[in-house]
Each structure stands twice: as structure tokens, then as C-alpha cells.
Design a protein. Structure first.
Length: 148
């Protein structure tokens, strides 16, 4: 057994879908994956739960407010190497909102756009896997977020 401990950081991601099968994605402002499309999310701050962090990050990056209690947990994603900055574990949450809900980019996002599930760009990190799980949970079917 090794006595070397790995620093693990906790993040939260929000998958926001509409009933007409669009997903809210942000264009990342910073590295890694600067300029790539991703789910809204970020670090869990001191004193908050991952669910609270997902709601906060969603609002900061897109202007969209979803109360933490309305976010449904999708799962925990902890595959080593999922983030090039080091060991990051994320808890992903799902919300379904009315079609064409207004968004505005802010904080770590250059842009925030509603993408049709059948016309997705390549996604940063393992966000295609997270999105597939969310679509299955929300609609009982999977879109192909890998673009295949």
C-alpha cells in the first residue's frame, strides 16, 4: 500500500434539457479545452453541497436559475484522467426547463447556447458520457452526444 495521497478536487456539472430535446452548453473561456463546448459546472465551494454548486455555477455561467431542489442527481464521474489538470470528481445533475429559456454567458463561459440533441458539437472532458446518461434518465432514450 502506498503512503502517497492524491489530491482530489470536487466539481459539479449541470445538464439542462428542454422538452423539445435541446441541451444548454457553454463555450469554455479558459484552458483546459478553451473554446470547446461543455456542460455548465465548476468547483464546489467551501460550505456548499455539490447540488448547490451545480445551481450556482449554472446561474453564473448562463444566467439560468434552477433551484438546487429541482436538480436531479445523474451520477458521480470519477474516472482517473477525465480532466487534464489532475484528479477531478464531478457529481452531475439534471434539470428540464421550458424550451427557449433565456440564457446569457457569464463567468467562465464565452457563450451559452441551446443545441439540438441530434446536432451536438464535440464536447470537452467526459461530458458526452454525462449527457448520454442525462438524456436516458430524462427521456428514456439516448441521443448520440459523441456525434456518431
Amino acid at each position: 500500500m502506498s503512503d502517497t495521497y492524491e489530491t482530489i478536487r470536487l466539481t459539479a456539472d449541470a445538464v439542462v434539457l428542454t422538452d423539445d430535446r435541446h441541451v444548454l452548453l457553454i463555450e469554455r473561456r479558459w484552458a483546459p479545452h478553451q473554446g470547446a463546448w461543455a456542460l455548465p459546472g465548476g468547483h464546489v465551494d467551501r460550505g456548499e453541497t455539490s447540488r448547490q454548486a451545480a445551481a450556482r455555477e449554472l446561474h453564473e455561467e448562463t444566467g439560468l436559475r434552477v433551484p438546487p431542489g429541482e436538480l436531479r442527481e445523474i451520477g458521480c464521474y470519477d474516472q482517473p484522467g477525465r480532466d487534464p489538470r489532475g484528479r477531478y470528481v464531478t457529481v452531475a445533475y439534471l434539470a428540464v426547463v421550458p424550451a427557449q429559456s433565456a440564457v446569457r454567458a457569464g463567468d467562465d463561459a464565452v457563450a451559452g447556447l441551446w443545441w439540438p440533441l441530434q446536432e451536438l458539437p464535440p464536447l470537452a472532458f467526459d461530458h458526452a458520457d454525462i449527457l448520454a446518461a442525462a438524456v436516458d434518465q430524462a427521456f428514456g432514450t439516448t441521443a448520440d452526444p459523441h456525434g456518431k
